[in-house]
Design a protein around this ligand. Structure first.
Ligand code: ASP
Length: 430
């Protein structure tokens, strides 16, 4: 049975100023079912500002390398104290910050960085009058770094039922109490874990955009957001590079079918609702781009394709290369790898060259644009857009069930090609 309770997660931009935190209070007060608040660390106030989390990563590096960090620490302290003063709240944040400063060399990166969410949550709990529940006491990992779901659910049930609470996102703890960070943007996942454990009626994720869009709203302005998505569709969008929410958010929600609403706190009546239902509309769901891929084209005059793979697979395995796509033609394979996963690519090329490979071509600076379809096949429309513009396309792939088309272009052409697809397919977007 669903519990009449909403878990609300506020992203870094939603807690970046005292005025935004005042708005959070208004939102929480608006609906008495909003009882659980998960927060990110204070984010950027403006485009050229730095996130508290990034300052803390820098601080941890200074501490580790024994480089003077007093100025950097003063900046971090100022960010927190300024918000506390502007909210006019009376609690002793200074002593805790001084205590941290005095013991910094004793702490590792995970602990230092987690203080962003920790202190932001302390400020919110004092301002809202909600109880502070430390994530280290309820988000439990085993020694291998995997979430211990059973223990986590039990701890959440004990600590978070029947009261209004604030929980810092993005971290938990090992069995020995040491802090463990999630991956970047992980507060979204903390909110999902709490929603699942408490069987919430809704997980509301407040961010700086009004839900999920077909195209990144920084590229195409004035689009309408998608109203409904299924869990699977959101996963597909996230997999292909849509960055609206952490890609692991969905997994805890699937267990109890908890609906997720992604919205902007300043415009919270619109947004995207993600649930098991989705929509039966036939339309284009996403035109998503991701830059910095490498395409490795490898040719060898061999009679069997398998021989070629026998040469290549062991090398990829040896250097731990994760492929994004793999295309097999007669005596040629195209391997697409994201640059993040390609640190040893030139070692592989060297080794392949010594094995009489006929030709190896490396195409760097490639962007992949994925057109994601819902309930229908849009291949003709996509081909029509491509051929009308005679685009220089490095790669064209379609997924097995024709719901995702992936086009490779030069990094520098990406915005122009995304705009071209958007304009060419706009009547297929609902
Ligand atoms: N503050 C962390 C980050 O910037 C985690 C989060 O925001 O969820 O990645």
């Amino acid at each position: 049975m669903k519990i009449i309770l909403k878990v609300c997660k506020f992203g870094g931009s939603s807690v970046a100023t005292a005025n935004k935190i005042k708005m959070i209070k208004m939102i929480m007060d608006e609906d008495s079912n909003r009882r659980i608040l998960v927060t990110s660390a204070i984010g950027k106030k403006s485009e050229d500002d730095t996130k508290l989390t990034d300052l803390l990563y820098l601080l941890a590096a200074h501490v580790k390398l024994n480089i003077a960090y007093n100025m950097l620490y003063a900046r971090i302290k100022d960010v927190l104290i300024e918000i506390k003063n502007r909210l006019n709240i009376n609690f002793d944040l200074e002593s805790e910050l001084n205590e941290l400063y005095n013991h910094l060399p004793l702490y590792d990166e995970n602990f230092i960085v987690s203080r962003g969410e920790y202190f932001t949550a302390k400020i919110l709990s004092n301002y809202l009058g909600y109880q502070f529940v430390d994530a280290k006491d309820i988000i439990c990992f085993d020694f291998d770094g995997n979430l211990n779901e059973k223990e986590t659910i039990a701890k959440i049930k004990i600590n978070c039922t029947d009261k209004k609470i604030v929980v810092p996102g993005f971290y938990g703890s090992y069995p020995n109490g040491k802090i463990k960070l999630l991956t970047r943007g992980g507060s979204d996942v903390t909110g999902a874990i709490l929603s699942n454990a408490l069987n919430a009626e809704l997980y509301e994720n407040f961010t700086d955009v009004s839900g999920v869009y077909v195209v990144d709203p920084k590229i195409i302005r004035g689009q309408k957001n998608l109203s409904f998505l299924s869990y699977n569709e959101l996963r597909k969008l996230a997999y292909h590079g849509a960055s609206v929410i952490h890609e692991d958010t969905i997994f805890p929600l699937l267990k109890n079918n908890i609906p997720l609403k992604i919205c902007n706190m300043e415009d919270r009546h619109i947004g995207t609702l993600i649930s098991s239902l989705g929509s039966n509309q036939k339309d284009i769901l996403g035109i998503i781009s991701k830059k910095n891929y490498i395409i490795l084209k490898i040719e060898k005059n061999l009679t069997s394709k398998q021989k070629l793979l026998d040469y290549i697979y062991p090398k990829l395995f040896k250097y731990n290369i994760v492929m994004s796509h793999f295309v097999m033609k007669e005596d040629c394979v195209n391997i697409v790898i994201h640059k993040e996963n390609a640190t040893h690519i030139y070692d592989i090329i060297e080794e392949l060259r010594t094995e009489k490979i006929t030709k190896i071509l490396v195409d760097e600076d490639v962007a992949l644009i994925s057109v994601i379809c819902r309930n229908g096949n849009f291949s003709n429309d996509i081909m029509a857009v491509l051929s009308s513009k005679k685009e220089n396309c490095k790669l064209f792939l379609s997924s097995e069930n024709d719901d995702v088309y992936t086009i490779g272009v030069q990094n520098s052409d990406v915005i122009r090609v995304v705009e071209m697809f958007y304009n060419g397919l706009v009547d297929k977007i609902s």
